[in-house]
Design a protein around this ligand. Structure first.
Ligand code: NAD
Length: 427
């Protein structure tokens, strides 16, 4: 059932050009070379440790039975249990899930959380499911991956297409099988089930802190600075709110249907999107395409939707001075190279969106101790950990004349490599 083999490694090493996995592997290769690590390190770090692919049967409300592909990839468990989101999206596949699990590994190491990295999901469009179908699919997926998850093994969390409701069903399915309540098996749960205050907004809050700090380092006053955000989900919406609170001006946001500009209130916009399932035609707004949004003349651009938004085709039109990656892997290597040539500062995903896993860590700690923190404590501790990582990355980038992405990857990868060396190779 579970397999950690050279076959998986070779699958991971021959992805198509510029796929999220190709991007992640090329970034790892660069970090290994810059750190002057050995080929043994490359072999160890470029191989996902455990991959589980499952068939997830779903009985639709009308009685039809459909089969969906599900995945859970535990990329690394060297520094602690693996940790990472569960995505429900029709386009996910194993390669992308491996790539995202790899990014989680460097992200947890960069922020010094005692975790490895994981990712999972089901290749389904959740918008096609009724609430009851979504619950049955979530429970069956949980039950299929149940042997390899747990508070000491691998702790899932929400990602694209899932939310705290899915986490409640996952927690319940795991707990019913265990025979007792196990809140620490997932994070991003509702507060009454052992969730943490501040988790819902944490990724967006972290993105906003990253925007503020990058602007300050570039000598731009955050007050009044302009931002465009691609993606208006859990990350994009909360980032927009936090940025407005900091005094920045969010001038455009988008979802899969396209973008809007000219709105007065992000909160009203979200209310409209919730009621109508789309941002399109929101009253009092002007429409624009997702590409037009990427090319707006703003101070900061925040891609907060899916992978591969900033590519060879879209990067050269970017006018923002700073790009803060709310999404995972939104930039391809050629997109990255073009932005670097054009002097755009890119705050990489593993730093900019780490607020989510930082507060997930707090949630797990609170569940382990059965002792819950105030919203203020969560906020303060999030800021402390994230600011430490931002400072470390910014200093290293400046001292060694690196991009922020190179600096962040080098710090994360070096920590995992060091942990491997210290643990040694069994037997
Ligand atoms: P979500 O499902 O809540 O929202 C996704 C948003 O992206 C929606 O507004 C959707 O309409 C939009 N979108 C989808 N396809 C698009 C397209 N082709 N063009 C433009 N917009 C599109 O997901 P989320 O949790 O906000 O995650 C967004 C990104 O942030 C993902 O890359 C995810 O891995 C990453 N991330 C999420 C978290 C978290 O805590 N949720 C943490 C770290 C990183």
């Amino acid at each position: 059932m579970t397999k950690a083999s050279s076959q998986d490694a070779s699958r991971a090493k021959s992805p198509s050009l510029e796929s999220p996995l190709a991007t992640a592997l090329s970034q790892l290769r660069r970090a290994i070379d810059q750190l002057k690590l050995s080929e043994n390190d490359w072999n160890t770090l470029s191989t996902p440790r455990r991959i589980l692919e499952v068939a997830v049967p779903l009985r639709r409300d009308d009685g039809r039975v459909e089969m969906y592909k599900g995945y859970r990839v535990q990329y690394s468990t060297t520094r602690g249990p693996s940790k990472g989101g569960v995505r429900f999206h029709q386009d996910i596949d194993l390669d992308e899930t491996v790539a995202l699990a790899m990014l989680m590994t460097w992200k947890c190491a960069l922020t010094n959380l005692p975790y490895g990295g994981a990712k999972g999901g089901v290749a389904v469009n959740p918008k096609t499911l009724s609430l009851a179908e979504n619950e049955r699919l979530t429970r069956r997926y949980t039950s299929e991956i149940l042997p390899i998850i747990g508070p000491e093994r691998d702790i899932p969390a929400p990602d694209v297409g899932t939310d705290e409701r899915n986490m409640a069903w996952m927690m319940d399915t795991y707990s019913v099988n265990a025979g007792f309540s196990v809140p620490g098996v997932v994070t991003g749960k509702p507060i009454v089930l052992g969730g943490s205050l501040g988790r819902t907004s944490a990724t967006g809050d972290g993105v906003a802190i990253s925007v503020r700090e990058a602007l300050k380092l570039k000598g731009i006053d955050p007050k009044g600075a302009t931002v465009a955000i691609q993606g208006f989900g859990k990350v994009g919406y909360w980032a927009a709110l936090a940025l407005e609170e900091m005094g920045l001006k969010v001038v455009a946001v988008s979802d899969v249907s396209g973008g809007v500009t000219g709105f007065k209130s992000v909160t009203d916009l979200q209310k409209y999107a919730k009621e109508n399932g789309t941002l399109s035609n929101a009253p009092g707004t002007d429409g624009l395409t997702n590409t037009e949004l990427l090319h707006l003349g703003v101070d900061v651009l925040v891609p907060a939707a899916l992978s591969d938004a900033i590519t060879e085709a879209t990067a050269s039109g970017i006018k923002a001075k700073i790009v803060v990656e709310g999404a995972n892997a939104p930039t391809t290597p050629s997109g990255d190279a073009i932005m670097n040539d054009n002097g755009v500062i890119v705050v990489p995903d593993i730093l900019a969106n780490s607020g989510g896993v930082i507060v997930s860590y707090f949630e797990w700690v609170q569940d382990k101790q059965n002792y819950f923190w105030s919203a203020e404590e969560v906020k303060t501790n999030l800021s402390t950990i994230l600011m430490r990582a931002i400072t470390e990355v910014a200093d290293k980038a400046k001292d060694e004349k690196l991009t922020w992405r190179e600096a962040a990857n080098m710090i994360g990868v070096a920590r995992v490599a060091q942990a491997h060396r210290l643990r040694g190779l069994y037997p």
